[in-house]
Design a protein around this ligand. Structure first.
Ligand SMILES: Cc1cc2nc3c(=O)[nH]c(=O)nc-3n(C[C@H](O)[C@H](O)[C@H](O)COP(=O)(O)O)c2cc1C
Length: 240
């Protein structure tokens, strides 16, 4: 199955077979990550694949593997990590491997290999012990009309994107030149800084789905002149 089809089938997997994946599979994953398209080529990032003994999470379940993801903490780095590793999420699911983004976790007994990179997030993965795929009608998502200034079927891949606590905080505005602006809904109570950071990752995830669905035409631009929208934070402009 190609990555675009997976957008409409994937789900977060929270039940795993404890057995680790074969070494060749892990090598294939590293190879995929080695040539991955990024949102912002100026940002340095890194990752490691570790076992459950090297992570601490708030979850009751464990996966046999975790991607521990690090980045230079510079403008747009959360979005860049979401964009990169959502492609990995789709790739893993396309190979029959289950995945789940884990905001509520961190590496343990593990030294950050690059002191200039900050720990960003975990992605759990391994062979699922339950269902891996689902049907389109089993997704709980906002209506297209709620996530955009006008209903536009080209935004469906973003509508289906996973997000922290399924918050779906993205909002798309159409520009006269055919480009789009993407905004993030401002949280009324900013009690939880981590949630704001996860929502920035979510923006990158939604853009990864738009990129995978429009690989030849997708391009994004930061810092473009844009309208201020009440209750929303401008993230970037893009074309698809
Ligand atoms: C940035 C981010 C952080 C997440 N953190 C957690 C987490 O800590 N624990 C968990 O069980 N799921 C976590 N998830 C998974 C979401 O809850 C899930 O993607 C969302 O509810 C939509 O469901 P779906 O992935 O099955 O479509 C996270 C997802 C994202 C994108």
């Amino acid at each position: 199955m190609n990555l675009e089809e997976i957008i409409y089938k994937r789900r977060s997997v929270r039940k795993y077979d404890d057995n680790p994946l074969a070494q060749e599979t892990l090598d294939e994953i590293r190879e995929f990550i080695g040539d991955i398209p990024v949102l912002n080529p100026d940002i340095n990032w890194s990752y490691e694949i570790v076992g459950p003994e090297n992570v601490k999470t708030l979850m009751r379940w464990k996966a046999p593997h975790y991607l521990v993801i690090f980045s230079e903490p510079v403008q747009n780095y959360f979005q860049n990590i979401g964009f990169i590793f959502q492609q990995v999420d789709l790739f893993l699911q396309s190979k029959g491997i289950g995945t789940c983004w884990i905001g509520a976790g961190s590496p343990k007994n593990y030294e950050n290999p690059n002191p200039e990179h900050e720990f960003v997030i975990l992605l759990a993965f391994g062979n699922p012990s339950g269902e891996l795929y689902r049907n389109k009608d089993q997704f709980k998502r906002k209506d297209l009309s709620e996530i955009s200034d006008k209903t536009d079927e080209r935004l469906i891949p973003a509508q289906f994107a996973p997000s922290a606590a399924n918050s779906q905080t993205w909002y798309f505005k159409h520009n006269d030149d055919g480009s789009y602006d993407v905004y993030r809904n401002r949280r009324r109570l900013n009690l939880n800084n981590r949630m704001i950071n996860w929502n920035k990752i979510d923006i990158g995830i939604a853009l990864a789905h738009l990129y995978i669905s429009n690989t030849d035409t997708f391009a994004s631009t930061l810092d473009k002149p844009h309208k201020e929208l009440k209750g929303k934070v401008f993230e970037m402009s893009f074309v698809i």
